[in-house]
Ligand binder design. Sequence first.
Ligand code: URA
Length: 273
Amino acid sequence: MLAVSDARGALAEHLRYFQDLGVVGLSGDPAWSVRPVGRAAALGQAPTASVEARLPGPSEVTADASVSIAVSLFDATSATPTAGLDPAEALTAIQTDLGDCTRCKLHALGRTQIVFGVGSPTARLMFVGEAPGQDEDRQGVPFVGRAGQLLTRTIERLGLRREDVYIANVIKCRPPANRNPEPDEVTTCEPFLFRQIDAIRPKVVVALGTFAAQALLQTRDPISRLRGRVFNWRGARLIPTFHPAFLLRNPPEAQRKEAWSDFKKARALLDEE
Ligand code: URA
């Protein structure tokens, strides 16, 4: 029987294997947990195919601990390999793959344009928000509205410039009436964010707000439980903090101080070994 830590290692290795094959996303959709009968059935679900992966044999892990992974090959088939490209080239390749994306319903729900991300391809600090709002949708640049202006001021207070960091969102199209992104939209879009992060390889990622923190960390924990902590995540240190839009709503002094201490922590981590 595998210990939990061994099982995690085996799972990580398994995922790396799929990544090497060019798979760029995992689907949380329960539909993918069911192995279609036969290859023809799997291929019949074009344009996606399902691969179910299990940790080594049920005798090696307890039944409850067995892990079933559903891997969507949808994007893998069109993902340009970016290994060996410099970060700027890799970002261009990812943006080209994204194209004038119509993979999820948001393309037909009033978005003006895709908001890919902005900043230095070699940024050591990256900010990830939720989704473009009205201003971002109009300008095609993340965090340019009121919340964005607060973020820009915060970056400058940290002694950096907007051009020094990279800014992106979990999803790249504006949801109608600024509603929360829906799970299928996140599942479809997130792989492109992950590819951006893997191309840039920032040292520190700041997740702005509940939605980004929960999406990146794959948790339902509230931001109040997540902030104040530093996570090792995707080769970076991840710091969840409050969304600038929340800070604009004049929250209690204590929360504004907490946010500032999160940003300062992010800045300090940049200088650490
Ligand atoms: N809020 C976000 O989460 N992202 C933006 O780009 C703008 C506002």
